[in-house]
Structures are given as structure tokens and as C-alpha cells.
Design a protein around this ligand. Structure first.
Ligand code: CA
Length: 225
């Protein structure tokens, strides 16, 4: 999951970066609504966490603008404003979820994962293909019932492909969703990580469509075709 945090409390931003990083979430951070406005238009995030009291305008102003422009990205409002009227203003501006400070990082993470899963059109929190199962809430991956250990980067890659399944995902789309803004991977890096995933999870799981990208192949596909 690649997240944009828009938050001018820098201590909170640092703490969240560490905690969410440990959970495998890739986080970009800005303290400015204007910069967030630029980033959501130029980068590919899976979800945005938006503070309301920003130095350059209220969060609901920026969110309303994004929704008017047709931005579909899920947005969770994270704020100290807990009154009913504040929540109503957040949802009216186009928020998908709302969490009041102080909050538990674990709860934020569960809400973010649910938002991303639903944005991809999945109802069930466990994504399955053949005997592989990824619990998107806990991040636990099992193969034939046994836990599999992946690096954070491998897990992000696999999670994105599983969410997109059975759609074909281009190398560019993968790079935009799975790698940090300042790490521009050349396509070899992605190929190497896909090879590692195949070694750990079976060669037939991920298909390379030459010149176009990758997709997850379900063992059932051949039977129904
Ligand atoms: Ca603030």
C-alpha cells in the first residue's frame, strides 16, 4: 500500500511513518495542502490520510477540490475535530472514512486496508488464488496453509498484483504503486523481485506478458477457459 499523509504535526507524521513502515506501508508525507494537491495529481497513491487543520487551508477545501476534479482515491480524514458537525463537513467534502485524534495506529491501519481493498472491489479481507491466501488486514501470507515470509517490498508487489487480479498490471503502474517517490526502479529491479516471488510461491503464479506487464494466474483459469 502506498499512502500520502497530509499532516502538519511533524512528530505525529514521523511516528506514523515509522509505525506504518513496519507494517509494510510506503508513506509519502507533506505538511501542505497545496503540495498534496500537486502530489495526488502526479503520483499514484492507494489512499490519502488528510488532516483538516493545515497551514494553507482547511483539509475539506482541498478534498472538495479533488472530488470536483473526479479524483476517486480513498481519503481518510484524521483530525482532532470530533464534533458531529465536523464529521459531517468531512464526509460532505468527499471523505471515505474519519478518525479522531488521539487514535490507535492499529485501528488506522485496519481502516486504511479496508479502504484499499474496497477501492479494488474486493469484499473479503482474504485474497485467495489457488492455495495461496493473503490476509489483507494482518498482512499474513500462507501457501497451502503454511506461512510464507516475504520482504516488505515483495509483499507490497504481491499485494498489489493480488488486489488487481485478474487484471494485467504494467511495469509502470507497479513501479508507481509499490516504490517510493524518490526511488525510481529500473525495470530490472521489478523483474528480479518477480523472479524471487516465483521462487517462493511457484513459477506459474505470476505470468509475464511480454512488453505489457504482469498478472496473477489462477489455477482455475485453464479449466474455465
Ligand atoms: Ca493540523
Amino acid at each position: 500500500m502506498k499512502l500520502l499523509l497530509v499532516e502538519d504535526d511533524l512528530r505525529l507524521a514521523d511516528a506514523l511513518g515509522d509505525a506504518l513502515g513496519e507494517a509494510g506501508v510506503l508513506m509519502d508525507h507533506t505538511a501542505s495542502g497545496a503540495e498534496a494537491d500537486f502530489l495526488v495529481a502526479t503520483e499514484r497513491y492507494d489512499v490519502v490520510v488528510l488532516d483538516l487543520g493545515l497551514p494553507d487551508g482547511d483539509g475539506t477545501h482541498w478534498l472538495g477540490r479533488w472530488r470536483e476534479q473526479g479524483l476517486k482515491l480513498p481519503v481518510l480524514v484524521l483530525t482532532a475535530r470530533g464534533r458531529w458537525s465536523d464529521k459531517a463537513a468531512g464526509f460532505s467534502a468527499g471523505a471515505d472514512d474519519y478518525l479522531t485524534k488521539p487514535f490507535e495506529t492499529g485501528e488506522l491501519l485496519f481502516r486504511l486496508r479496508a479502504l484499499v481493498r474496497r477501492a479494488h472491489g474486493h469484499a473479503h479481507p482474504v485474497l485467495r488464488v489457488g492455495d495461496l491466501a493473503l490476509d489483507t488486514h494482518t498482512g499474513v501470507l500462507t501457501h497451502a496453509g503454511r506461512p510464507v515470509t516475504l520482504t516488505a517490498q515483495e509483499l507490497r508487489l504481491l499485494e498489489y498484483l493480488l488486489h488487481a487480479m485478474p487484471r494485467l498490471v504494467s511495469r509502470l503502474e507497479l513501479a508507481e504503486h509499490v516504490y517510493a517517490r524518490d526511488q525510481e526502479p529500473d525495470s530490472n529491479v521489478i523483474d528480479v523481485q518477480i523472479s524471487r516471488l516465483r521462487r517462493k510461491l511457484g513459477a506459474s503464479l505470476i505470468e509475464t506478458v511480454r512488453g505489457r506487464g504482469y498478472r496473477i494466474v489462477s489455477p482455475d483459469d485453464g479449466m474455465t477457459a
